[in-house]
Design a protein around this ligand. Structure first.
Ligand code: PEP
Length: 253
């Protein structure tokens, strides 16, 4: 049985003080929800104070990016070794990194390998643009992104894939649950092709304009094991509600 997982991607939002205050507000309600893995991905600068705050909590932390080298003259970069005492997960291949920072499949593969080598778990984002969707190329794009990012990567039991159609991110218009489930099913078949039957046990999230109003319809689908949540994860009441609804939809509460 795949344990559902909900991760909040705070992006470039919150000062350290705001991050602490949000986690202090969400901690109690989130910790009460059992059977769902809960992850908060704040900006780098908040990882250290939040790792202290959450040291004995069931809430895990994730970073939003990392460089692939372990150390050296890479001004401004953060290495997986610097993260491994502070967090459990690292978001990789997010469409904002692909789009604004020119990250391509080769670079994402180097990052996935570095993260795994350091003992961290990738939340690997894949997803098509609006144009690629219109051209009927969703499976081609998502399949390529997956195969390239996971090249020479052995199966990690905690690996998470986030299917995030770019046209649904931050737009307030989510994908239809049925269509998202189709693509998540396709992702599961690719994982099986890469890793055999064990690959099917990898958790797959949907991401793109998830809210407390639509989350249940996504996680009721067979192939969707949770969500990667952007905007709504900054809302201190809404994020725990989203996690709660995942627990209910999966029959855990
Ligand atoms: C994201 O950035 O990963 C995301 C899914 O954003 P939003 O929920 O705001 O669409």
């Amino acid at each position: 049985m795949r344990i559902p997982i909900v991760a909040g991607n705070w992006k470039m939002n919150t000062s350290v003080a705001e991050a602490i205050s949000k986690v202090e507000s969400m901690k109690g309600p989130l910790e009460k929800i059992e059977g769902v893995d809960k992850v908060i991905c704040p900006p780098f600068v908040s990882l250290f104070p939040l790792s202290n705050l959450l040291s004995s909590s069931s809430i895990k932390l994730g970073a939003q990016n990392v460089y692939f080298e372990e150390k050296g003259a890479f001004t401004g970069e953060i290495s997986p070794l610097m993260l491994k005492d502070l967090c459990t997960y690292v978001i990789l291949g997010h469409s904002e990194r692909r789009g604004y920072f020119g990250e391509d499949d080769e670079l994402i593969n180097l990052k996935v390998r570095a993260v795994v080598k350091a003992g961290l778990l990738p939340i690997l984002c894949v997803g098509e643009s609006g144009e690629e969707k219109k051209e009927g190329r969703t499976e081609e794009v998502v399949g390529r992104q997956l195969r390239m990012a996971l090249r020479e990567v052995s199966l990690q039991p905690g690996l998470v894939i986030a299917y995030e159609p770019i046209w649904a991110i931050g737009k307030g218009i989510a994908a239809s649950p049925e269509k998202a489930d189709d693509i998540c099913g396709f992702i599961r078949r690719v994982l099986q092709e890469l890793y055999g039957d064990e690959g099917k046990e990898t958790r797959i999230q949907y991401g793109g304009s998830v809210t407390e109003d639509n989350i249940s319809s996504f996680v009721r689908e067979e192939n969707i094991d949770g969500a990667l949540v952007g905007g709504a994860s900054l809302e201190v009441e809404e994020f725990p509600h989203i996690v709660q609804k995942v627990a209910e939809a999966k029959g855990l509460k």
